[in-house]
Design a protein around this ligand. Sequence first.
Ligand code: ZN
Length: 195
Amino acid sequence: MLLQIMTVGHPALRTPAMPIPSGDIGTSELQRLISLMRDTMRSASGVGLAAPQIGEPIELIVIEDRPEYIDRVGAEKVAERQRYPFSFRALINLQLTTLAGPSIDFFEGCLSLPGYLAAVPRSLSVRVEAFDENGERVVLEANGWLSRILQHEIDHLNGIMYTDRMDPRTFMSKQLYERYWKDMPVETIRTGVIA
Ligand code: ZN
């Protein structure tokens, strides 16, 4: 069974999530929701899914970056994005701290806005404090692509879409990004002119 992913325009994507009471963490009901979110994310070939995207206004995200996803991206892009595989994890009641460092522009998409991409500035490094599905405290310091994924998913918990943060001149269909722009620097793409 898969869950339905809400698309942009659905009010669930604009509703801030509530923390999960500690007594509910580790229950079979929450474990079941986490497995369904995992299956739904994998079925959509996503690297992250936040509970508001499936209509649940609770502070829960799932993330995973699989080697086969990374193999589809060129080696140069993988290095530039500092993208490494990491295994599935569920994170609950997250607190995000942006660490000092540059803000980096890369293209990203969202399962709630399928078929589109835009360049979004994100902090290179973040620290996330959360709980795992068993209620154990987790502290993550993340750089590169994982930092971007965490910022994107935590934004969903606050009712924020990447379109709120993107450079609007770079918003485009995935198909035309692949056709015209995929190997160009964001600075060039922003001009809209192929040099
Ligand atoms: Zn998203």
